[in-house]
Design a protein around this ligand. Sequence first.
Ligand code: PEP
Length: 258
Amino acid sequence: MKNKIWVGTNWKMTKTIREGLSYTEELISIAENISSNIELFIIPSYTALVPIKKLTSNSRVHIGSQNMHWEDQGAFTGEISPKMLDEIGVNIIELGHSERRQYYNENDEDINKKVHSGLKYGMKPLVCIGENIEQKANGISKEMLAAQLKVCLKDLTEEQAQQVMIAYEPVWAIGESGIPADATYVSEIHQFLREQLMNLFGDAGSAVPLLYGGSVNFDNFIEYIDIEDVNGLFIGRSAWNTESFEKILHRLDEHLFA
Ligand code: PEP
């Protein structure tokens, strides 16, 4: 039995402001018929954040940013600061997506600084972790994930830890060439992540939402959400058009909360 789950999508570099606004209008109206036990969020491009914040301000759709620098201001060309995102009213900061790690060399130490900065402004860090295919083949997935969690969440108090969400996204399961993970594997890993969170933060570790992401779609999402330690879904391609996202949301609502 789940009390509350988080379901959201990162648009990556796929939508213009106009496309984002029309998607968001549709999602707001879909959300009116979805149980409030489902916390909905979207993570638009930076250019769309301001108009989308305006559009969502009287709705239950939370908005997030795809990345953030840890400093409030400075000589960091191309970066966006926590102060700037706070000014917009962003609720969630996605950190450490595998594409950020792979193409922009983002590491766990950087992510840890960003987690602390975001929390200072009352924004909710959504920290993405996941092993790659070589690490899985070498049997070191759990070691990698434990290290990612430990470093990304370093020096957080128990109270702060409860403001964070974790998205477990095996790198090999994400995107066009991703292979959907076996539910048994996801279950084993989420149970392991929960244990690690409880080792780090005691009882507070049980309150940290653990989302699953990686080729989640209409045909497989029930298997994932039924896993005990899965507290939400982080969906890419299958949530990028509202028709397909709506189908998932209605079925999910029916399955868990009807
Ligand atoms: C992602 O890229 O984080 C993701 C979950 O994408 P997809 O659902 O398309 O695999």
